[in-house]
Every structure is written in structure tokens, then in C-alpha cells.
Design a protein around this ligand. Structure first.
Ligand code: HEM
Length: 402
């Protein structure tokens, strides 16, 4: 099985999930070249080790910003704070800090909101591609292309600035390699400028929405479950102490934090549905699926399946502390990052980002909300599983990090 090939109903020029993008590219030379380039220069373990410093600086900024608000008794919206933290990190990792300059931050956030609202339409247009193509319909095309064209223009300007002012911002490994490949320098595959913009759009948008949504669900659940929050705090205090911020090298020593994040990812997977096109007829669960069938895999349902999980609708993070459950993970039942060749290449980075952001929010602040409990209603009509209501809360400093 593979993801659908290019050429969605009139949307192949769309920057996100269009024909130049990586996420929907069919398995072939282009996909292989990009996957290698992304892994080697940004998301693989060696690349992540090299970019550790960037994340530490941004984590301190994230903490300071929240501390300022706490001191001024201001409330914060977790999604907004998380998105800023994430965009700044992705910007530095992919464009050396060029992206967020000159009020681009505001524009990028605005595009993220517009794109998030459009994802369901893009998804539907892609999944229903074959039947609709036959009757010559291109739904939502104008709306989608309008946002895509404006986003593309912004990205073109940013890339041009990256190329011009090479010494005013740090160089980013991945951007240098992408630009070299677009000039045909020693590249196994010659890519176009559009490929670069599509990749950036997908990285910023996809990674931003998924990771921030995970952070918001996790904080909401923790606020609603004070006993778990306290136990988590105890773990962080005993491993990290109270004089420095939690760091990414602490994460392997924080099994409870990791189990908390995994259990919330199981209950609230940011990407609940995975599309696939069958490139070769095959049997799935005893059913024959013919070639060219479009399938949607419901990982949300799979991770709440009674046959695979005990009390699947209950929050039981112990399942990720037990050896038996670790086996389950390996058995492909824990699927928030998809699986196989097309599984998420950013899963290691997201474990780090979610881990340190949640770690700091729990370690350094108490959280107050209006009312007794956070409303956990799921938003409808979205491709990403988002909360229906903003998570507005007020931080109070718990410890002060020098
Ligand atoms: C909690 C955060 C995240 C979640 C839940 C998540 C989830 C997913 C899922 C479910 C897929 C589809 C997998 C499949 O079809 O089998 C995917 C694909 C992808 N993700 Fe993530 N992701 C997250 C964060 C990130 C980050 C931080 C990055 C990079 C900066 C990233 C980059 C990608 C890319 C490039 C693909 C496409 C892979 C391909 O088509 O070969 N993701 N992600």
C-alpha cells in the first residue's frame, strides 16, 4: 500500500498536500530523495543532537514568556504559546531563524489558522479524488488555492531573503541542501523551488498543528487530573530539581512523563485518520482489497479498540509503564505517528518538543482555570483532532529558575 499519487482534482498546485508536496508524494525517487534529505539534515538522531542548543534557547524563552505573564497575572492560551514555541524552533531548525523575522510570525500563524480550517476540505478533495475526477468536479478549489497562493508568495519572499542575507542569520543545514538540490548541485534528484516551498509549508503546518494539539490535550487532561499532575511533578522534581529547567537529556529518566504523553496521544491522536491508496491488490484482515482502492485507516478507533486495549476509553497510563504494554506498542496498536515506511519522520522530534514543553509547564507553574474542569469536547469538522474550545488558563509561578 502507498499514499495516493499526485494530481488531486485541480488541487495539484496546492502547497499543502499538492503534487509538489512530500506528504502525498508517491513512493518513488522524489520521495526517497526528500526523506533522506530531511532525516539526515533535520529529523534524524544525529541531526537532532546537533540542533539541541536551539531548542534549549527556545525553551528558556518559552519559560520566560510564561513567567512574565504569570507575574502580571495574565492568562495564556496554551495552543498559542505552544505554537509560538514550536514555530520558533522549526524556523531555526529549517531556516536558521529567517522565517519569523519582519512580522512573518503573525502571517505564518494566520496561515496556520486558515489552513487548519481548510484541512477537512483538502482531505475530502484528496480522498474523493477518483470518483469526483470522473464527473469533473473540483470542490473547494477556489478557497483552497487562494490561501495556498498567498502562503506561497510569503514563502518565496522568505526564501529569497534567506539566500540574500546569508550572514545575518544562521545557516540551516536542510535549507542549504534543498537550495543546492534546486540548483542541481551534486544532487541525486533535481528539485524545484516549488518543492522547497511545499515542504516548508507542510513541515510548519503539519508539525505545528499536530504537536501543539498534543500539548493542549495533555495540559487539559493534567489540569483535570490533579493527582497525576502531582505525581508527574514529583518525578520531575526528583530527577531535575528546582534550580534548572527540565532538559531534553532528562527525558529518558522521566518514564512517568513519557507514559503520560503516550496515553494522551492514544486517547487524543492529532491525526485520527490516515489515507492510503492500494498500489497492489492485497488482503487486509481477511478481506481482499483491490489495486487502486482508496482507504482511510481509523487509528482513533484502533487505539480505543476493546480487543486491543483493556478499558480503552479510560485514562490508564500504567499501560505504558508495564512491560506487557511495551510489547503491544511493538505490535502496531499504538499508532499516533502512523506506521511503516510512511510513518511520521518527526516522531522523535515531537517526543522531545512535547516532553520539554509539558515538563516546563508542570515543573514551573501551577495552573488555574475558570470553573472546575476543562471542557474536553472534540472539535468537529477537522482533520486534526483538536479541542473544541480554547484552553485559557492562568499560570502561577511554582519555582523560579534563575
Ligand atoms: C505530536 C506530534 C506529531 C504527530 C501526532 C504526528 C503524526 C503524524 C502522522 C500520523 C503521520 C502520517 C503517518 C502515516 O501515514 O503512517 C505523519 C506524517 C508526517 N509527519 Fe508527523 N506528527 C507529529 C509531528 C511531526 C513533526 C514535529 C514533524 C517534523 C518537523 C513531522 C513531520 C511529518 C512528515 C514530513 C510526515 C509525512 C511522512 C511521509 O509521508 O513519508 N511530524 N505525522
Amino acid at each position: 500500500m502507498n499514499v495516493p499519487s499526485h494530481g488531486a482534482i485541480g488541487l495539484d498546485q496546492c502547497l499543502v498536500l499538492g503534487s509538489s508536496g512530500f506528504i502525498r508524494a508517491s513512493y518513488g525517487d522524489y520521495w526517497k530523495f526528500m526523506k533522506k534529505l530531511i532525516t539526515t539534515n533535520m529529523l534524524g538522531s544525529y541531526a537532532l543532537e546537533r540542533s539541541k542548543g536551539v531548542r534549549a534557547v527556545e525553551l528558556m524563552r518559552f519559560y520566560r514568556n510564561m513567567l512574565d505573564k504569570a507575574m502580571n497575572k495574565q492568562s495564556v492560551e496554551i495552543h498559542e504559546e505552544a505554537l509560538r514555541f514550536l514555530n520558533n524552533i522549526l524556523d531555526k531548525m529549517s531556516m536558521g531563524g529567517c522565517f519569523m523575522k519582519e512580522k512573518n510570525e503573525e502571517k505564518v500563524s494566520k496561515f496556520s489558522v486558515e489552513l487548519a480550517a481548510l484541512t477537512q476540505k483538502i482531505f475530502l478533495a484528496q480522498v474523493l479524488r477518483s470518483p469526483l475526477e470522473k464527473i469533473g468536479i473540483s470542490p473547494f478549489k477556489k478557497e483552497i488555492m487562494d490561501v495556498s497562493n498567498r502562503f506561497e508568495e510569503l514563502l518565496e519572499n522568505i526564501i529569497a531573503k534567506y539566500e540574500e542575507k546569508v550572514d545575518e542569520h544562521q545557516c540551516a543545514e536542510i535549507m542549504d541542501k534543498l537550495l543546492a538540490a534546486s540548483r542541481g548541485e551534486n544532487a541525486e534528484y533535481k528539485i524545484t523551488r516549488k518543492h522547497i516551498k511545499a515542504l516548508l509549508a507542510e513541515l510548519f503546518f503539519g508539525a505545528g498543528e499536530t504537536s501543539t494539539s498534543t500539548m493542549r490535550w495533555t495540559m487539559a487532561e493534567l489540569i483535570n487530573n490533579p493527582k497525576i499532575l502531582e505525581r508527574l511533578r514529583g518525578e520531575i522534581d526528583s530527577v531535575v530539581g528546582k534550580t534548572r529547567l527540565v532538559e531534553e537529556t532528562d527525558l529518558p529518566k522521566l518514564p512517568y512523563l513519557q507514559a503520560v504523553i503516550k496515553e494522551f496521544l492514544r486517547l487524543h491522536p492529532a491525526v485520527p485518520l490516515l489515507p492510503r491508496d492500494v498500489v497492489q491488490g492485497c488482503k487486509v484482515g481477511g478481506f481482499y482489497v483491490p489495486e487502486s482502492t482508496s482507504l482511510v485507516i481509523n487509528v482513533y478507533a484502533m487505539m480505543r479498540d476493546h480487543d486491543s486495549w483493556k478499558d480503552p476509553d479510560d485514562f490508564k497510563l500504567e499501560r505504558f509503564l508495564e512491560k506487557e504494554e511495551e510489547k503491544r506498542e511493538k505490535l502496531m496498536k499504538f499508532l499516533p505517528f502512523g506506521s511503516g515506511r510512511r510513518g511520521c519522520p518527526g516522531s522523535n522530534l515531537s517526543h522531545i518538543l512535547v516532553g520539554i514543553a509539558i515538563g516546563v509547564m508542570v515543573q514551573c507553574f501551577d495552573w488555574k482555570i475558570e470553573g472546575e474542569k476543562v471542557n474536553m469536547e472534540e472539535a468537529s469538522g477537522r482533520v486534526f483532532l483538536a479541542m473544541a474550545h480554547p484552553l485559557e488558563c492562568t499560570p502561577r509561578p511554582r519555582i523560579l529558575i534563575p
